[in-house]
Design a protein around this ligand. Structure first.
Ligand code: AMP
Length: 214
């Protein structure tokens, strides 16, 4: 088992980068945000609980998140290679991840910190649109579908803005991120596994991470 972490503010491009490089680096992309949204869509009790926090831009309680990730790891293969996106987000989550991995004789190998200036984050996130059908991600400033309002991948016309991608919720999410992450950055820096990546340019970000892991 092997694990790396992509750390970065909402809008730093973690999800897109992870999807783009997962084949090249041979890691499975695990986004806790996507897992939670899937639980909401499925109407599970877990989804109902998570939804209340997510709509306000607050973090879902550590125990809920840790259980989701632990279940995923416990039910996965011993040879699995995980690229976590949006997890861990708190010091407690980082500690628990270490515990779970160490029970399999493994540990976090690298933590890539995707660094992007705040005004760029706000522009990116408020412009983000998603296909409800297949999950493809678009951006009204940088990545519109070829035909307006129609998904390039599946042809669906149901392209929407995430409820927590509005400017009001976003500012709260960015504040939460900054408060929580300072401690995490410090933790991984002291372990000497933190790799800072300038993430203003997506392609360069991806090349830097792929080269680092090669
Ligand atoms: P994301 O898609 O990573 O931006 O996550 C969207 C929302 O899901 C966050 O604003 C949180 O409410 C929740 N969430 C996702 N991952 C975590 C996590 N590791 N810890 C706590 N809450 C999370």
């Amino acid at each position: 088992m092997d694990a790396i972490v992509l750390l970065g503010a909402p809008g730093s491009g973690k999800g897109t980068v992870a999807e783009d490089i997962r084949n090249a680096v041979n890691y499975q992309h695990v986004s806790t945000g996507d897992l939670l949204r899937a639980a909401i869509k499925a109407g599970s009790a877990l989804g109902e609980e998570a939804k209340r926090y997510m709509e306000r831009g607050e973090l879902v309680p550590d125990e809920v998140i840790i259980n989701i990730v632990k279940e995923l790891i416990d039910s996965g293969s011993r040879d699995a290679r995980y690229m976590f996106d949006g997890f861990p987000r708190t010091f407690a989550q980082a500690e628990r991840l270490d515990e779970v991995l160490s029970s399999y004789g493994s540990s976090v190998k690298y933590v890539f910190l995707l660094e992007v200036a705040r005004p760029v984050l706000v522009r990116r996130i408020c412009g983000r649109r998603i296909c409800r059908q297949c999950g493809a991600v678009y951006n009204i400033h940088t990545k519109r579908p070829s035909v307006d309002g129609v998904c390039d991948h599946c042809g669906s016309k149901d392209i929407y803005q995430r409820a927590d991608d509005t400017e009001e919720t976003l500012n709260n999410r960015l504040d939460v991120y900054e408060r929580q992450t300072a401690e995490l950055i410090d933790y991984y820096d002291r372990k000497k596994i933190l790799v800072r990546v300038d993430a203003e340019d997506r392609l360069k970000t991806e090349q830097a991470i792929v080269a680092y892991l090669a």
